[in-house]
Write a protein that binds this ligand. Structure first.
Ligand SMILES: [Zn+2]
Length: 203
């Protein structure tokens, strides 16, 4: 199934070399505000206004730096995959932490700061927006695929407490413990292949 969000992702990738980045109208399960990459996303692509072009390149470069920051708990996921990057603009990056109490939140903010500084963007500030709260629905389709490939079952998009075994694909799975290796995960087991696995919990 190719969702609008997936199309948006590939459109965004094709657009990397172009102007300001933006997520087109993604189909969100819980309808968060669409993240915006770029100060003033214009529906008119391909314009070659000089300052817009420069601004767009800067935003694209900043977005690339942000995308290089991995989730500290699940290194195969970038923070963009995780869905916590709400906006990338010429002078600021907006983050929404996963949830309060998750120790990774502070690590992520520090890692973004370090990455921006290292790339020469000391003047780009990081704003944190707490509302609306992040939910696992914001994990991108690409992020969900990466979680699965990494051996962590992504959360059910409809919020049901079900999990597909990331080892063998079986749906015959059961929860062993509400708490897995980190507070964000629950421990599950597959009845078919008997492998235990982590489920990324819904929020
Ligand atoms: Zn299995």
């Amino acid at each position: 199934m190719v969702t609008v969000a997936e199309k948006a992702r590939s459109a965004e990738r094709e657009d990397l070399a172009g102007e300001a980045l933006e997520f087109p109208d993604a189909e969100w399960v819980s309808e968060p505000p669409p993240p915006s990459f770029g100060r003033s996303p214009s529906p008119c692509r391909g314009g070659s206004n000089g300052s817009d072009q420069t601004d767009g390149r800067r935003v694209a470069a900043i977005a690339a730096v942000v995308e290089s920051v991995a989730d500290p708990e699940i290194p195969v996921l970038s923070i963009v995959d995780l869905g916590i990057v709400r906006a990338v603009e010429a002078d600021r990056v907006v983050l929404t932490p996963t949830y309060t109490g998750c120790p990774a939140t502070h690590v992520i903010e520090r890692d973004v700061r370090d990455a921006l500084d290292a790339a020469g963007y000391r003047d780009v500030r990081i704003d944190t927006v707490l509302s609306p709260a992040w939910t696992t629905d914001w994990i991108t389709p690409e992020g969900r695929a990466r979680l699965h490939a990494y051996g962590i079952a992504p959360p059910d998009p409809e919020g049901r407490r079900v999990a597909v075994c990331p080892q063998c694909g079986s749906r015959q799975t059961e929860e062993i413990s509400r708490f897995g290796s980190t507070p964000c995960k629950a421990l599950w087991r597959c009845r078919d292949c008997a492998e235990p696995f982590d489920l990324f919990k819904c929020h």
